[in-house]
Design a binder for this molecule. Structure first.
Ligand code: IMP
Ligand code: MG
Length: 173
């Protein structure tokens, strides 16, 4: 068995998500607004966040993985496993992630959505591990900056398990 220790409680996460939802509701007022949730990790955060956004919005899901190539530019090396089913053309997009780690996935997805015609793409993540960054990313909305540990829970997995934990935990493998 792996050792699993709490880093952030369910209560602290809920309070943060409520605050993020209020802020986003103010910032995105009067916008033709769309949430793009990055699967699988952000499904729980997205479900909580959108219920704290007091605006009409559309939701689409995308599943992608990035792999490290020779260069760490934000354009290449993105594999889309499952694409969005609603057009982003001329829309303001809130790209919702579970965690920004190296930053490669989210920056490549941001470029991808701009290429598909989005007017503006903002990045929202519940957790951020800036120590691991390989590319500079402008994170517009961040819940918690966390240390360089492998974490599970609140949607995040280790080998596809632990996503259903209500809190964020550090896992020792
Ligand atoms: P990136 O390195 O910023 O491209 O992050 C890619 C993906 O790796 C994230 O969206 C997460 O799904 C996953 N990931 C990164 N760090 C962790 C972690 O500590 N626990 C679980 N998944 C992680
Ligand atoms: Mg992810």
């Amino acid at each position: 068995m792996h050792k699993v220790e709490e880093l952030i409680s369910e209560k602290d996460i809920a309070a943060k998500v409520t605050a993020m939802g209020s802020l986003i509701s103010k910032d995105f007022k009067d916008k033709d607004f769309m949430v793009v949730s990055v699967l699988k990790g952000s499904f729980i955060f997205t479900a909580d966040l959108v219920r704290n956004i007091d605006l009409p919005l559309e939701i689409a899901f995308i599943s992608a993985s990035s792999y490290d190539g020779e260069t760490t530019t934000s354009s290449g090396n993105l594999k889309i496993r499952c694409d969005i089913d609603i057009s982003v053309e001329n829309k303001t997009v809130l790209l919702v992630e579970d965690i920004v780690d190296t930053g490669l996935t989210i920056s490549r997805l941001k470029d991808y959505l701009y290429k598909k015609g989005a007017e503006c793409v903002k990045i929202c993540t519940i957790f951020d591990k800036p120590d691991r960054r390989k590319i500079e990313v402008d994170v517009d909305y961040c819940g918690f900056v966390i240390p360089n540990e492998f974490v599970v829970g609140y949607g995040l997995d280790y080998n596809n398990k632990y996503r259903n934990l209500k809190n964020l935990c550090k896992i020792t493998i």
